[in-house]
Structures are given as C-alpha cells and as structure tokens.
Design a protein around this ligand. Structure first.
Ligand code: UDP
Length: 250
C-alpha cells in the first residue's frame, strides 16, 4: 500500500512515508510515555537513503507506514518537507535520541542493545552506563538480521526482559527485523532502529563535528571517512531530492 495522505498536523509525508513533526524534546517525551504504558511501539529514524529505499521497496515502505513514529534523521527530510509545504521543526537523529533517552531512564526501563559488529553493542552499552549510572542494561547481542538467527535472538531478548530495544542492523534490515519480530518480544514496549549509533557511542566511528551536523553536512563527513559509501551518498544527495521534486503524490 502506498501511503499518500498527510496524517495529522504533526506529520508530513515524503515519498509516501509519514514523518513526524516533533522537536527532540517532544520525541523524547513521546518515547518516555510509550515506555510507561502497556503496548508495543516501533520507532524508525528515516534519512534520505531510507526514503529512496522505501520508494523502490514496497515491503519497507509498508513497514515505515506502520511504525508509531518516524523521526527525521537527516536535514534533507526537513528541506524536502519544506519545499512540499510541510514544516518539520527539527532534525531528530537516532544517535542523539538513543543517547538522550538513555540519560533519562532508570532501573524501571531496562534496555537491550542488538546489532553492530562483534562487541560493539556491548561497548556502546558500557559507555552509556558509564555516563548514566541509573541506566539498566538488560543485555547486548551483536546478532544478525538473518532469519536463521532470529529465534535465538528473540529468546535472548525475552530472557533479558527489556522495555527498550535498540536495533543497529542498518536500514532497511533493522526495521524489517523489528516489524517481523516485535510481537514475539513479550516485554519490549519500544523498539527503535538506530543505524550506526552504537558505532559512534562505542568510538568505532567518529561522528561529524557539531557544526557540520548543524548545517546539514554530516553526509559529507561520512563520505570523507567511508568513501565506500559513495553509492549510498549518491542516493541520499542526488536521487532523494530528485524523487521528491518529481513526486506528484501529496
Ligand atoms: N550492521 C549489522 N549487521 C548487518 C549490517 C549492518 O549489525 O548485517 C550494523 C553495522 O555494523 C552498523 C549498523 O548496522 O553498526 C548500521 O550501519 P550503517 O552505517 O549502515 O547505518 P546508518 O547510520 O548509515 O543508518
């Protein structure tokens, strides 16, 4: 199903995917609210490349249309939304949201870190615990998004009983994984795809300096440090704006 409408004054639509118009503080308040209540919520953090992927991959687009929140991870989403007459008040990245949320949580809401390369989830969890002594780490697992590993991972997570699950398998794998398995994760109230966030917190990748993030050039920093990402950069910087400018659905 291709999502075409503007859902509410608090959502914009880009390439058929709803994007939430929230400030960072509002996003954190919504996440805390989800963690306090029963129910399960999938939170995604779409960027330019993810919306290009969703444009070509109907299964991924459907998943992004069914999440509770889609937080705009990249400045490109804000610019393209503005061109289409919507206002997204702030860039709300997966990396920042994960770190700020972990700073707010205590033992009532244990957190599980899933994904990234061997040991990186554990290092990211330890670093966040060091910064936030009240944070409770339910468990960590590098795992993999492949279906043959899913049962083991689901068992591990259920045994650890977290309320918040952070998944760093990269997109679209992390959001497809959450959509398929969230209902089996009996204690999880919020599952959020966070892309390369564990790498940044663990110090495996260096994040762009704040001024580059502020002026919307984080993609250029990542390209300079990981030139093998050129195909993804092309999709983010050239294909995404072109698709948005020529997209006729409103
Ligand atoms: N990753 C993973 N398993 C995979 C593919 C990727 O755990 O099969 C991890 C990778 O190690 C990285 C994270 O997914 O920690 C996201 O990487 P990427 O840089 O692609 O995310 P972005 O920040 O660009 O969304």
């Amino acid at each position: 199903m291709y999502y075409t409408g503007v859902l509410s004054p608090k959502r914009a639509t880009l390439l058929g995917v709803p994007i939430d118009a929230l400030t960072q503080a509002e996003a954190l308040a919504r996440l805390e609210g989800f963690l306090e209540a029963d129910g399960q919520h999938h939170v995604a953090t779409p960027n330019n490349e993810m919306l290009v992927e969703a444009h070509h991959n109907p299964q991924f687009r459907d998943v992004l249309c069914q999440t509770t929140l889609n937080l705009p991870d990249s400045t490109g989403l804000l610019l393209m939304a503005r061109l289409r007459g919507h206002r997204l008040p702030a860039r709300v990245t997966g990396t920042d949201t994960m770190q700020m949320l972990c700073a707010l949580l205590d033992e009532r809401h244990p957190v599980f870190f899933l994904g990234a390369a061997e040991c990186v989830a554990e290092r990211a969890a330890q670093e966040l615990k060091k910064r936030n002594p009240r944070l409770t780490i339910a468990g960590t697992c590098s795992g993999s998004p492949q279906s043959q590993d899913a049962d083991d991972i689901v068992q591990k997570i259920n045994a650890a009983a977290p309320h918040l699950l952070l998944v760093a398998f990269g997109a679209p794998a992390q959001d497809l994984w959450i959509a398929e398995h969230l209902s089996k994760l009996t204690t999880v109230r919020v599952a959020m795809g966070v892309g390369g966030a564990f790498d940044f917190v663990a110090g495996v990748q260096k994040r762009a300096p704040r001024f580059m993030r502020t002026i919307g050039l984080e993609w250029a920093w990542r390209f300079a440090h990981e030139p093998k990402r050129w195909r993804r950069m092309w999709r983010a910087v050239v294909v995404f704006p072109a698709l948005c400018l020529f997209d006729r659905s409103r």
